[in-house]
Design a protein around this ligand. Structure first.
Ligand SMILES: [Ca+2]
Ligand SMILES: [Ca+2]
Length: 218
């Protein structure tokens, strides 16, 4: 959610969810609170990576702190975020430029989230990761935090720091940061699954699928 067109109302964006890696979907908010019909916002600029198909994780935030909402997209499997700068009102095509994060050794991104994790007023990047090596003993799925150390302009990130690890056999599909039950800081809600044993129509499905809440420890 975020204010795409600068009218003060939070709008909704989503990935294209099969099969157009060069498009995200936008639902503008009407004055009565309902959402307008879906519209596409196309990419101009660098082609997203091969994992982009239908798996974009778009955010609407003021990335460069110039007062205009920007679109920031992360993709599973890659360390590049794509940033499309605002003002965005009325645009159906946005020029995106890549911003490369410092990779976490041995890890591959599953999911990105953008939030001010430590409450210092600077937007940070959270990334969920898995092992990037097949065949070796895999590292547990985990969430790491790239802290923004800059007070103005585009973020400048410190090296990633681990926030949590999932127990063995559990895998992460996505997560979000929320203020939970009146907590001062954000907590993490993580969507997890395990045991890909159930097969329907030739497709494996997890036996267990749950949402886990991780409260922030100060
Ligand atoms: Ca901006
Ligand atoms: Ca912060």
């Amino acid at each position: 959610m975020g204010d795409f067109d600068g009218d003060g109302r939070p709008d909704l964006v989503s990935g294209s969810n099969c099969c157009d890696p060069r498009r995200i979907h936008l639902f503008l908010r009407r004055a009565d609170g309902s959402f307008a019909e879906r519209q596409g916002v196309r990419f101009a600029g660098e082609t997203p990576n091969k994992y982009a198909r239908g798996l974009a994780r778009p955010h609407l935030v003021d990335w460069d702190r110039d007062g205009h909402t920007d679109v920031v997209i992360g993709y599973p499997g890659g360390w590049k975020l794509q940033v499309g700068r605002g003002p965005l009102a009325g645009k159906t095509e946005v020029e995106f430029r890549p911003v490369e994060l410092s990779p976490i050794p041995g890890a591959s991104p599953i999911h990105y989230h953008i939030a001010d994790w430590d409450g210092d007023g600077r937007l940070d990047v959270l990334v969920g990761v898995q092992s990037d090596r097949a065949g070796e003993r895999p590292m547990p799925h985990a969430v790491h935090w790239y802290r923004n150390t800059s007070d103005a302009g585009p973020p400048v990130f410190a090296n990633a720091r681990p926030l949590l690890e999932l127990p063995e056999r559990w895998e992460m599909s996505a997560f979000t940061a929320v203020a939970w039950g009146g907590d001062d800081g954000p907590s993490l809600v993580v969507s997890v699954w395990k045991d890909w044993k159930r097969v329907e129509r030739g497709i494996p499905w997890p036996v267990a699928s749950e949402l886990w809440l991780y409260r922030r420890r100060d």
